[in-house]
Design a protein around this ligand. Structure first.
Ligand SMILES: *Cc1c(COP(=O)(O)O)cnc(C)c1O
Length: 465
């Protein structure tokens, strides 16, 4: 499979190079040159397959030319063998039509493990020939950092430096990062906010001296391989609920538009999807864009669903690219306008194109808390606040009675115990497999908010080997 940039001016790459590159060098995002297609019979044949086999069938066309089916199967076995549930992403029924797809059974209790565990395997496989050592540098406000660290800890040819804002991630989130003591893992707490940390990472990627000394890579959801891994569970869930002979709707708690874009990809591949609900919190740029064409960024409001506190969703560009007829020049012009004005209007024809599949909803904190209670009282499930935003949007969806609605449960409730306790009176305990998190040794560097000090630290650590 060839990969092309949404801005049309970067070289076409194969799957291996697109995975290692992350962002395209024209500022765009890599997407497959065409969407592979699965026939209804091929989708029917997924019935009864386990998660790994489903993953192999769904992802094989995307990796063609870079990995053979057996290599892909081996990587999937290693990645999904680390999940604590045999089904990897089990479905749980809430009432006669609402289901939860639990995506949080990986090592760090958030759905990001599904993609990052595979990405860690892919990196190691692609670097195993020797030659390059990859330095991953990232900033995190919580979930991505621990999932990325778990995915690459102890792997050869990869080091990871993860910056977090000192005192502004939860104790569980910090300890999930800082108690990983593998020598290739470097945690840095900086004085400042998440945005300060993120700005330093961006500066490092643009710093010629750092770029010459290091082969830098990113693990945020601009990386195509992450989205590819997320396409799998849409097929897996739909087939269990009667697909492809019965269309299924999905509601997705959305931040960077990666998870819900994977649902769009599943639909492009031929999976009958009745509806994709983009569920946002009060940081609602995507809801405004889809409902009225108003794609304008304000400032971020902190909520009980921090992983969705985002103003600009990088992966939205991938959808715009398709809606604009895959015209890289048009997307370059649109994104330039947006970068300049922090605002643009989505043209009516593009909005109409999205409306065939997408619906959106903005869920405020009260509705989120009410839905947490509803899930506990009516469905017998204690869920996390992000999943509750998705479920609230699912319950508002108007759709035929016979369509099952699946809400993606993106985090384990124990990751956000305070908000869950406030809404339900129940404090969810950490799962036993993380039980001694609070007894383990922590290791991290504390640095000031000074860019040069952070850069010097990274270069010195890399030079030490
Ligand atoms: C990252 C994250 C999201 C948002 O997913 P996107 O792919 O960025 O839209 C939602 N919920 C949780 C718990 C997350 O960690």
């Amino acid at each position: 499979m060839d990969y092309i940039s949404t801005r049309g001016a970067a070289p076409t790459l194969d799957f291996r190079s697109a995975t290692l590159a992350g962002l395209a060098n024209d500022g765009g995002l890599y997407v497959p040159a065409r969407w592979p297609h699965m026939s209804l019979d091929e989708i029917r044949a997924l019935a009864g397959l386990d998660y790994v086999e489903t993953a192999v069938r769904v992802m094989t066309p995307f990796v063609a030319g870079a990995l053979c089916e057996d290599e892909l199967r081996e990587l999937c076995r290693a990645a999904y063998g680390r999940f604590s549930h045999d089904a990897v992403t089990p479905l749980v029924q809430l009432d006669h039509r609402h289901w939860l797809l639990e995506l949080f059974h990986g090592p760090t209790l958030a759905f990001k493990d599904v993609a990052l565990q595979l990405l860690g395997q892919l990196f190691e496989k692609f670097l195993s020939g020797g030659g390059t050592d990859l330095t991953i540098v990232g900033a995190t406000s919580g979930d991505t950092g621990s999932a990325a660290i778990e995915a690459v800890a102890g792997r050869e040819h990869i080091r990871i430096f993860m910056l977090h804002p000192e005192g502004r991630v939860s104790d569980v989130q910090r300890r999930q990062m800082t108690t990983v003591l593998a020598p290739n893992v470097h945690n840095i707490a900086i004085d400042g906010s998440f945005d300060d940390a993120q700005a330093m990472v961006k500066r490092l990627f643009g710093d010629a001296e750092a770029r010459n000394a290091l082969t830098l890579s990113a693990v945020n959801s601009i990386n195509w391989a992450r989205l590819m891994a997320q396409v799998v569970y849409y097929f897996y869930a739909a087939v269990r609920l009667g697909g492809p002979d019965r269309p299924v709707a999905f509601s997705v708690p959305t931040g960077n538009f990666g998870d819900v874009f994977a649902g769009y990809v599943a639909a492009q591949m031929g999976l009958p999807v009745a509806r994709l609900v983009v569920a946002t919190n009060v940081n609602d740029i995507l809801h405004r864009a889809l409902a009225s064409g108003d794609y304008s960024a304000g400032s971020v409001t902190a909520t009980a669903t921090p992983s969705m506190d985002i103003q600009v969703s990088s992966n939205f560009e991938r959808l715009l690219f398709d809606l604009a007829g895959r015209d890289g020049g048009a997307i370059t012009a649109m994104m330039r306008e947006f970068d300049t004005n922090r605002a643009m209007t989505i043209p009516a024809d593009m909005r109409a194109g999205a409306a065939g599949l997408f619906t959106s909803a903005r869920i405020d904190g009260d509705t989120m808390a009410m839905t947490l209670r509803w899930a506990k009282e009516n469905g017998g499930q204690v869920i996390d606040p992000h999943s509750a935003v998705g479920l609230a949007a699912a319950r508002e969806l108007e759709i035929e009675d016979d369509v099952p609605i699946v809400t993606l449960a993106t985090a384990h409730p124990a990751k956000f115990p305070d908000a869950v306790e406030r809404a339900t009176g129940v404090r969810p305990p950490l799962p036993a497999r993380l039980g001694n998190l609070f007894d383990r040794e922590e290791r991290y560097e504390r640095l000031t908010g000074d860019y040069d000090a952070v850069k010097a630290h990274i270069l010195a650590e890399v030079a030490r080997g």
